[in-house]
Design a protein around this ligand. Sequence first.
Ligand code: PEP
Length: 252
Amino acid sequence: MRKKIVAGNWKMNNNFQETKKFLSQIKVKEIGSEVEVMIAPAYPFLKFAKDFLVGTKYEIIAQNIHNKLHGAYTGEVSVDMIKSLGLNKSIIGHSERRSQFKETDEILLEKANLCLNKGLGIIFCFGEDLVDRQSKNHFEVVKNQLINTVLKVEKNKWSNIVLAYEPVWAIGTGETASPKQAQEIHEFVRDLISSSLGEDVSKKTSILYGGSVKAGNAKEIFSQDDVDGGLIGGASLVSEDFLTIIESNSSY
Ligand code: PEP
């Protein structure tokens, strides 16, 4: 059974007071039992956020982890550190990590295996950039991104993997993939998982869409057959919008 998920990626936004204010606003709101909701605040506030939301349906997750276990990597955060806070998931492979921090498929596979071997689930992001889309290479690009990374992960680890299709041209740009564009890639990816790992895995893997999902367009995107929810950037910083987006994934 695929899980319905809405995950907010705060990126480098919200200081401590803002984090506390946002979490206070959502904590008092009821959310549908059929949707899993995750929030990825900045590292310094993970422990606070987790403790603050204890007993609620909200799960706090990390935005990233380093690809080595420990050592001389100034400023970095390891999978063990995240696990030691009692967290169970991290986003991996966000396009901003790929482009700004030069994270290659090889590094992302290392990260994925490190997390999964340590019992940390992953939301693994992938997606083509504008040039690939314009040259109609998007299916090939997405396929290669997945073949070079998560599709190399052992089948028995897949229960801890969520995928997030995030076309780079739609991230933070206000331009959203149409529901049809999202559906055709999600369906393509589900077929790819099926042919690589079996239908049993593909049927159970949640695939989220990310890229300018807003309160006003979430419902139509989430209603597509192979879209199981969203990874939300900008709109996850506004509590009312985030709650509306969660609600939009509660009735399908
Ligand atoms: C993201 O960064 O993962 C994202 C989808 O951002 P936005 O919703 O702002 O496009």
